[in-house]
Design a protein around this ligand. Sequence first.
Ligand code: ADP
Length: 369
Amino acid sequence: MTRVLVLNSGSSSVKYRLFDGADTVAKGLIERIGESGGDAENHDAALQRIMEETDLDGLAAVGHRVVHGGPDFTEATVIDDEVVSRIEALVPLAPLHQPAALSGIEVARKRLPSVPQVAVFDTAFHATIPPAGYTWAIDAGLAERWQIRRYGFHGTSHAYVARRTAALLGRPASDTNVITLHLGNGASACAVEGGRSVATSMGLSPLDGLVMGTRSGAIDPTVIFHLHRVAGLPIDEIETSLTRHAGLVGLTGENDLRAVLSRRAGGDPAATLAFDVYTRRIREYVGAYLAVLGRVDAITFTAGVGENAPDVRAESLSGLEPLGIAVDPARNASGAEVISPGGSPIAVCVVPTDEELEIADQSRSALLR
Ligand code: ADP
């Protein structure tokens, strides 16, 4: 049960990684699927290429990353026809992402019929959030009928990083409370109590919560009514604006934080404001999750920004010394795993995420259940 192929199928790309145990033995990216001059004509051709480029002998499982598991998929699940229909039924909850995952599953089942396939959901880790944490105070009948609630995303990353943080601190995961901050192109915060998610910042979709590269994060929903009614924008255009022309790109024209940081260093006012908005929002969630958890052992930064931007880490947690949270400047700059001063009541950590490794591990566990 050692070799597992992990597939992350997007609408125009397939990322793959072949594991032998925890070791990566092959990986690659098939891009611009369906475009002229792209790597493959469709998802079927993409998988054919992967099978030609890698040795898939003795494969124990294929693990598929699936964005939305809805209310019912609470753990990684071995795929059969019924599971496929249930994933299909969730397309309205993630119309941009779910169909690509389904294509990946369909072609992998067809081309590797004797290999068990496992769906690993971005939402599943958050299934332990209690009703008071996932329920919005809207008309209960509407919410029930349309499956409207907080689901949360980046679950494989938050789960992995929280577990690694406990290991780093030499504590059992079951008795470690961590606030995990996944800051990549997408970004979300999670309160993890004894290895279980109890609060997270993304909602029905990955638009809620923290400020992101191109997404607004949390806003007053009235902004949408106002843009529709007063500014006359159609609803699809508002969605595009909030998901693709907001966040850092909305404030500065740059979606890459590195560009924002370099303009800020040159005194650019828009970049300075964007940095302040971005880090303040993180601080607000840290404060909220301190209150949700009561006792916090560690705050952990991960993903592209969290792992590589010391200024973001320092500013996000600045002024929190009275709460037992501090960042040591030398440790923060040096690439250390623990960046709080020795003896801090709350450790501040930097832990590289590895969503594919977590998907491979969860796929193996699903087969053993
Ligand atoms: P994804 O969410 O697509 O997996 P990543 O986790 O790779 O993305 O994060 C990508 C983002 O990380 C980039 O947009 C960039 O803003 C940021 N990033 C990467 N390296 C650095 C760095 N050295 N300094 C600041 N930001 C960085």
